[in-house]
Design a protein around this ligand. Structure first.
Ligand code: UTP
Length: 299
């Protein structure tokens, strides 16, 4: 407990059991979460963001064909021995090292939806608040101020449940979970507000706002009980948004507007945009990438 009587967020769930059908055939044998943006797979960006926010235990909800994700965070003896033998530094592998005992995998035997994937972690979560990362949503904040770090800072003051949100053009809301925003909280510069309702993939007419849920959450463990008895929702899947909507009114729910950029790397266009954006900022590549892009555009 901190001085506000709030339990710290020490655990994070990474649901990675989805089928990744939008990237087929690339994702037939390789998990979507292992597709790289420049030289790091998507899952690495999410794990880095979790660690920056002070999260200790990583819980991966995996399924068939997802073994490479766990391998990525294991020690690769042959590789390390060969690299060391060639006089190469192993520093590049540092982000893949996990403290023994801090990586847990849970199998979601059938991908029945995000809500179901989260529910699979109930025994590991126990009675603690926890974070959720959807690794195909790449959140890039200022150095040292990633999305989850911003959320944990808000959480340590307000507690309860927090959802990361951002604005999209109104005609795009039907692809996302959308919030009904309430009053802004004092002392957060307009970035934290109450959530009075949530709806998954509404029609443009039915959407309560153009603020969408953007792949990062801090939730209280009671959500597991709500998910337990939940019926299927949009797309015939057990939806996390529906479970959270049912908790509103019984627990505090707030939205945090992320100060940074979000790339939807679950879609091909978003993935290409993220690659281009990060390449154009990469200290070693930026100048060459810019020249290459200009050449390709005939500019
Ligand atoms: P998506 O909606 O992006 O689905 O899931 P998907 O299967 O990964 O990709 P497409 O739409 O077929 O291309 C959002 C997140 O929830 C996880 C996914 O792995 C992704 O991180 N998920 C989804 C599960 O872990 N289990 C599920 O049953 C569904």
């Amino acid at each position: 407990m901190n001085t506000h009587g709030i339990k710290p967020v020490r655990k994070a769930v990474f649901p990675v059991a989805g089928l990744g059908t939008r990237f087929l055939p690339a994702t037939k044998a390789i998990p979507k979460e292992m597709l790289p943006i420049i030289d790091r797979p998507l899952i690495q960006y999410a794990v880095d963001e979790a660690r920056e926010a002070g999260i200790e235990q990583l819980i991966f909800i995996t399924g068939r064909g997802k073994a490479a994700i766990v391998e990525h965070f294991d020690t690769a003896y042959e590789l390390e021995a060969t690299m060391a033998g060639r006089g190469k530094t192993l520093e590049v592998l540092e982000p893949t090292r996990i403290q023994p005992g801090n990586l847990v995998t849970v199998r979601q035997q059938v991908p029945m939806g995000l809500g179901h994937a989260i529910w699979c972690a109930r025994a590991i979560i126990g009675n603690e608040p926890f974070a959720i990362f959807l690794p195909d949503e790449l959140m890039i904040g200022a150095p040292g101020a990633g999305c989850m770090k911003q959320m944990v800072e808000a959480y340590n003051r307000v507690g309860g449940n927090l959802i990361s949100v951002l604005e999209v053009p109104r005609e795009e809301v039907s692809s996302y979970g959308v919030i009904a925003p309430g009053a802004a909280l004092d002392g957060f510069g307009g970035l934290v507000s109450e959530v009075t309702g949530l709806i998954e993939k509404p029609t443009v007419e039915a959407a309560p706002s153009n603020l969408i849920i953007s792949g990062r959450y801090i939730l209280q463990p009671e959500v597991m009980r709500v998910l337990e008895g939940q019926e299927k929702g949009a797309g015939g899947e057990i939806q996390l948004t529906d479970a959270m909507a049912r908790m509103i009114g019984t627990q505090p729910f707030h939205a945090v507007t992320f100060e940074g950029r979000r790339f939807d790397c679950g879609s091909k266009l978003g993935f290409v945009e993220a690659t281009l954006a990060l390449a154009l900022e990469h200290p070693e590549m930026a100048a060459d990438v810019r020249a290459m892009a200009q050449r390709l555009l005939g500019a």
